[in-house]
Structures are given as structure tokens and as C-alpha cells.
Design a protein around this ligand. Structure first.
Ligand code: AMP
Ligand code: ZN
Length: 491
């Protein structure tokens, strides 16, 4: 089943390519992670759901996976091209807290979302998992050492820092899709830069100022540039060249071209026709989650965090399913209706899987009737992670009658190891989350429903109706005969 070759879209060559690992039997992946100056919004989390499905697919294909996700706790400026203020210092000043406390708080918040979305991490229930996080401030000496290897041939010093001269590497910016001049117009000019696209490798603390996070370097006290961090952490943990580098499409324009330029300077100075020269063979990018009314912006008061979805009564895995229902390279529009539809779809899947909860898992159990759907699943996921089609194959398996339950359970478990929806452990009740502002508790609802059932059994329909009306007044809709078997929902 896993012999279908895995094809992935490589943004660098702009083609679908068959995945061939650099090290036989292994897959090494680096994902640009969050800058922990604020809560992630659900669009950011789409990037990690995508990277998680990629990692799970590689594991399912049998590769021994090492997946690194970085945590940026220093150096990311408000402008991706190294101008503006430091995001972390700015937030620390606004909140009058130490930068280390800010980093810790938002790192924990990010991990809570990671866990809620079933994104694999280093450990789950005491068992090791393949993804782990590197934290930028742990790698500053390596960053300085890396910068020293490229400083002489590729960099120049200005008053504000050490800058990378992009004209010193061949094919600078090949990855970027935007016209170069468009890209450059987004870059704030810094006096003395040789090329508009040149970027800071090291940013010196201005004379007379003190930053909360600063280190000594051959170029004076200061902090590393954001692009440098990813080159250093990916190279240090995975070794150049590694297999796949991922991020959101915004990173295709500035951050990743800059990483590639540094990697080239560090490894070689040849052009990018030889794939290994960019540091990673594949560069993969997820498209954006968009929301028309601007709620995705972290500066809008109540922005779209995963916790907001949960507070409104949506299970976080409904959001994961919403992401999987679109291809990662397509834009995905967020709407509450769309999220509601995803929750309903998830409920149906969980209910279809429920009768298998107590069936013993039989390794390798197969059933000829399951084979075509399993083949469709394998084809879809191997075709550049086509999760929308993979989901329909899963639904086909879930709906299949007259197959050995052990075989069916094994098939669902196999597909779910890639999609990560927890179908064999989630329950119908577990999916029902009480909205945060609901005035009534689940116990109160259960008690009222029990009284209503008694009244109905005694044919006291007036009382039963009165209880139903009471519940409606508290925002609870009683759902007699709901095809999904829910007795009530909070409106
Ligand atoms: P940041 O913390 O801003 O560096 O972003 C973290 C990740 O989220 C990066 O890979 C971004 O490219 C990605 N990203 C940012 N906004 C969105 C969005 N609206 N939809 C999908 N991915 C996004
Ligand atoms: Zn990065």
C-alpha cells in the first residue's frame, strides 16, 4: 500500500517531484515555527497542521523522521526584511514584562494549541514522537560561528550591523514568486546597504541603548538576525543538505530566499541548479487561511485564536478537519459556517467509528473489500498530500458494511495515523464542548432532560413542553431524533 511514490510540490523548482531521501530510509524536515511574542492565530496553526500531515505521511511511508520546528524568541523584526522594531522587545515593553517571561508565556500557549490540534511533538503519553522544537536563544554561539564563516566573503559591516550582500551568491531570490522590484519596495531602506535586498545577519545594539536580549560578537554587542537563526538551527540539527524545509507562503518571498542565500554562502557558492546547494532539497509552502473581516490580525481586539473557537463550543479537531478538507496549497477561507460544517462531518466520522471501539486491533488485518479505498487513500496522500481526497477515502472505509470489524478498525487506524483526527478515541460526548458564556451546566441540562423524559413517559406532555421551553430560554436546543444522536446543543 505504501509503494506509491510520494510526490511533493517543490517551490524551488516549481514542480511536483518524487521524494528521494538524502539519507536512505530517513527523512529530515525543518519547519519555521512561531515568533513567541503573541498568541498564534488559527492561520499560523494551519502551517503546523500542514507540516504535521507531511511528517505523519513520511512516518507512514516508513521513513525514520526527524522533524525540527524552531521557536523564535529573539531577533524577528516587525518587518520580515529586517527593519522596524524587534517583535519580542516591543511586546515586552508594551506589557512591562521581561522578554524571557513573554517568550515563556507564549511558548506555552503555542504548545497548548499544538496539543489540542493533535500535532505531533517530542512525546505523547510517555512515548517518543518525531517532532521537536529548537529555541533560538539556545543557539546564539552557533549563530555567531556560522556568521564568521561567511562574514569575510559575503558580508559587510554598517553602523547598525553586519549585512549580507545578496549579489555574492548566484540565483539570489529564485524561490520568490513576487517580481523583485515589488519585493524590494516592501523593504525599508537602510542607509549604506549595497543592494536593497541585503539583510542583517547581526544587529548591533545602538550606542547608549541596552536591549533585554543581547550578546557579544565580533561585530559588537547585539542580537542575531531572524534569517540566520533558521539556517543555523536547521543545519546544526539536521545537517546540510536535509530533505524538506516548510513554512507559510509569505516566507517564500523574503525569509526563505535569505536562508537559502546564507546556506549557499556557508556550503558552497554555486548556483541553485544543484538542489543540495540551497541547504534543503525541497522547499514547501502552505497557502494562507484568510478571513474577510480582518479578525486574523493580531492587532484586532478579539483575533482568531484556537481558544476562541473552543470558547464558542467548537472542538479543536473540527478546525484540524477544516484544514484537511482543503489542499495545503489552496487558500482556505475561514467562516463559522464552514467550521460548523467541519464539526458535523467530524461527528459523523466519530459515530461511524464508535461501534469499533471495543474491537480488538489485529495487526495486518486486511479485507479485500477495503483494498480499493485504501489504495485511493494511498494515491491521494502520495499526490502532494491531497488530504481532501484522502478524507473521502476515509469516509468510504467508515461507511463500509459487511467487512470484518478488526480489519476495518485497522484500516481506520492506518489512515488516521496520517490524518490525526483521533477517530478511534474521540467520543460523541467528547466532541461536545460547552461554550464559555453558556449560563447552564451540562449536569443541569442532563437533569432537566431526565425530568422531561419522565414527564413524556407519564404522557404529561404539558410538563415536557414546559421543560423544553425552559431549556430553550437558557440557550439549549433539545434535538429529538437528531440523526447524529445528539440530545441537545447550545445555540
Ligand atoms: P509567524 O509566527 O508570524 O512567523 O508565523 C508562523 C507561521 O504561520 C509561518 O509559517 C507563516 O508563514 C504562517 N502563517 C502566517 N499567517 C498565516 C495564515 N493566515 N495562514 C496560514 N499560514 C500563515
Ligand atoms: Zn525560518
Amino acid at each position: 500500500m505504501t509503494d506509491t511514490p510520494l510526490k511533493l510540490f517543490n517551490s524551488l523548482t516549481r514542480r511536483l517531484e518524487v521524494f528521494e531521501p538524502v539519507h536512505p530510509g530517513e527523512a529530515r524536515v525543518y519547519t519555521c515555527g512561531p515568533t513567541v511574542y503573541n498568541y498564534p492565530h488559527i492561520g499560523n496553526m494551519r502551517a503546523y497542521v500542514f507540516a504535521d500531515v507531511l511528517g505523519r505521511t513520511l512516518s507512514w511511508k516508513g521513513y525514520r523522521l526527524t522533524h525540527v520546528i524552531n521557536i523564535t524568541d529573539v531577533g524577528h523584526l516587525t518587518d520580515d526584511a529586517d527593519a522596524g522594531e524587534d517583535k519580542m522587545e516591543k511586546m515586552a515593553a508594551e506589557k512591562a514584562q521581561s522578554i524571557w517571561d513573554i517568550a515563556e508565556h507564549y511558548k506555552q500557549a503555542y504548545w497548548a494549541d499544538v496539543r489540542a490540534l493533535n500535532i505531533r511533538g517530542p512525546m505523547k503519553e510517555g512515548r517518543p514522537e518525531p517532532a521537536h522544537w529548537t529555541v533560538a536563544t539556545d543557539y546564539v554561539p552557533q549563530m555567531i560561528a556560522f556568521a564568521q564563516t561567511i562574514a569575510e566573503k559575503h558580508c559587510y559591516e554598517l553602523e547598525s550591523g553586519l549585512y549580507f550582500d545578496v549579489s555574492t551568491v548566484a540565483d539570489y531570490g529564485r524561490l520568490a514568486r513576487a517580481q523583485t522590484d515589488q519585493g524590494e519596495s516592501r523593504i525599508e531602506p537602510v542607509a549604506g546597504k549595497r543592494n536593497p535586498a541585503d539583510f542583517a545577519i547581526w544587529r548591533k545594539t545602538p550606542p547608549g541603548e541596552k536591549r533585554q536580549m543581547e550578546w557579544d560578537s565580533p561585530w559588537g554587542r547585539g542580537a542575531p538576525g531572524w534569517h540566520l537563526e533558521c539556517s543555523v538551527m536547521s543545519g546544526a540539527v539536521l545537517g546540510f543538505p536535509f530533505d524538506i524545509h516548510t513554512g507559510g507562503i509569505d516566507h517564500r518571498e523574503i525569509h526563505h530566499p535569505n536562508e537559502i542565500a546564507q546556506n549557499q554562502a556557508h556550503c558552497c557558492t554555486n548556483g541553485l541548479d544543484e538542489p543540495k546547494n540551497s541547504g534543503a532539497r525541497f522547499w514547501m509552502h502552505n497557502n494562507f487561511l484568510v478571513e474577510r473581516s480582518g479578525k486574523m490580525s493580531k492587532s484586532s481586539g478579539e483575533f482568531l485564536r484556537l481558544q476562541l473557537l473552543i470558547d464558542r463550543g467548537y472542538h479543536p479537531l473540527a478546525y484540524r478537519l477544516m484544514c484537511l478538507a482543503a489542499h495545503y496549497r489552496s487558500e482556505l477561507e475561514f467562516s463559522w459556517e464552514g467550521l460548523g460544517a467541519a464539526l458535523t462531518r467530524l461527528k459523523r466520522m466519530v459515530m461511524a467509528a464508535a461501534p469499533l471501539a471495543d474491537v480488538a486491533m489485529q495487526a495486518g488485518a486486511a479485507h479485500p473489500r477495503l483494498a480499493p479505498a485504501m489504495a485511493r487513500f494511498a494515491e491521494a496522500i502520495s499526490d502532494d498530500l491531497n488530504t481532501p481526497v484522502a478524507l473521502t477515502a476515509l469516509e468510504e472505509v467508515l461507511g463500509m458494511k459487511k467487512v470484518d470489524p478488526a480489519a476495518k478498525r485497522a484500516a481506520i487506524a492506518e489512515i488516521d495515523s496520517v490524518l490525526g483526527l483521533d477517530l478511534l478515541t474521540l467520543t460523541r460526548e467528547g466532541l461536545r464542548i460547552r461554550p464559555k458564556d453558556a449560563a447552564i451546566t451540562e449536569d443541569e441540562i442532563a437533569a432537566a432532560l431526565a425530568r422531561r423524559n419522565e414527564a413524556r413517559a407519564a404522557k404529561d406532555f404539558a410538563s415536557a413542553d414546559a421543560i423544553r421551553a425552559e431549556l430553550a430560554a437558557a440557550g439549549v436546543e433539545v434535538m429529538d431524533g437528531d440523526p447524529l444522536g445528539w440530545e441537545w446543543k447550545l445555540g
